[in-house]
Design a protein around this ligand. Structure first.
Ligand SMILES: *Cc1c(COP(=O)(O)O)cnc(C)c1O
Length: 221
C-alpha cells in the first residue's frame, strides 16, 4: 500500500497556485498508519477520518509524529462524542446543538478549543446529514458561545450529480451561506468543500479547504 506521490505533488502545486491560501485535508480513512506516516514525511499535516475506533488506533500508532492535525469528518453518534472531544483537533461534521453541547462539555481543559465546522445539507437531501441552510446561522452562533469549541466555518458534501452546473450551484450555495454568516458577524475562516473529483471546481467557488482521499491514496475498494 502506498500513496500516489505524483498525484499528491500535482494537487499541492495546484493549491499553491490558487489566488488564496488553501488547506489540504488528506482523507486517510481505511488506509493504514504507515501510509499516513509516508505522507507526513512529505510535509502533509492535516488528516481526515470518519470512524472513531479506526482513527484512535492510527493516532496511537503515530504518536511520535509532530504536528499532526486530526479532523473528524463522519457522522457523529452521541456515544462517540467523548472520544472525539478528547482526541481530535477538528470536527467538520457537526450538525446539531445536542452534539455541540456534548463536545463542549467533554473537551478536556488541557487541550485548546476544538475547531468546529458546521456540516450543511446544501442540497436539502432527505437522507443526508447536515444542518439545513436556513438553520446554519443559529447553530453557528450557538457554537460560537461555547468556550471549549472554536467556530471555524462550514463544510458540505454536495448531492451526487454528473452535471457540473448542478455541482457548481451547490458549492455556490455553501459559499453564499458562509458569506451570510460572516456578514452577521460570525467569526469564520474556513470553507471546506471539494473532494477528489471536484476540488478544482470547489476552488473556483471559493473553497479554502479541500478534502481529498482517493486521488492521493488510491481507491478504497
Ligand atoms: C471520504 C470523504 C472524502 C474524500 O473523498 P474522495 O472522493 O476519496 O476524495 C471527503 N469528505 C468526506 C466527508 C468524506 O467522507
Amino acid at each position: 500500500m502506498s500513496i500516489q506521490q505524483q498525484h499528491y505533488t500535482v494537487i499541492c502545486k495546484a493549491l499553491l497556485a490558487a489566488d488564496h491560501y488553501v488547506t489540504l485535508l488528506a482523507v486517510s480513512k481505511t488506509h493504514p498508519a504507515a501510509t499516513v506516516a509516508e505522507l507526513h514525511a512529505l510535509g502533509q499535516r492535516h488528516f481526515g477520518e470518519n470512524q472513531v475506533p479506526e482513527a484512535l488506533q492510527k493516532m496511537q500508532q503515530l504518536q511520535s509524529l509532530d504536528d499532526l492535525q486530526w479532523h473528524f469528518i463522519g457522522p457523529i453518534q452521541r456515544n462517540k462524542t467523548r472520544a472525539i472531544a478528547e482526541h481530535f483537533d477538528w470536527v467538520q461534521s457537526l450538525d446539531r446543538k445536542l452534539i455541540a453541547d456534548r463536545l463542549n462539555a467533554q473537551r478536556p481543559a488541557s487541550l485548546p478549543a476544538l475547531n468546529v465546522l458546521v456540516q450543511v445539507n446544501v442540497d436539502a437531501e432527505a437522507q443526508k446529514a447536515g444542518c439545513a441552510v436556513v438553520q446554519v446561522p443559529e447553530l453557528a452562533a450557538h457554537i460560537a458561545t461555547q468556550p471549549n469549541l472554536r467556530l471555524r466555518g462550514l463544510m458540505a458534501i454536495p448531492a451526487n450529480s454528473d452535471d457540473p452546473q448542478a455541482r457548481r450551484q451547490s458549492f455556490l450555495r455553501l459559499q453564499q451561506c458562509y458569506t451570510d454568516c460572516r456578514q452577521r458577524g460570525l467569526d469564520m475562516d474556513t470553507l471546506s468543500m471539494g473532494m477528489s473529483d471536484d476540488w478544482a471546481l470547489a476552488l473556483e467557488c471559493g473553497s479554502n479547504m479541500v478534502r481529498i482521499g482517493s486521488a492521493i491514496f488510491g481507491s478504497r475498494n
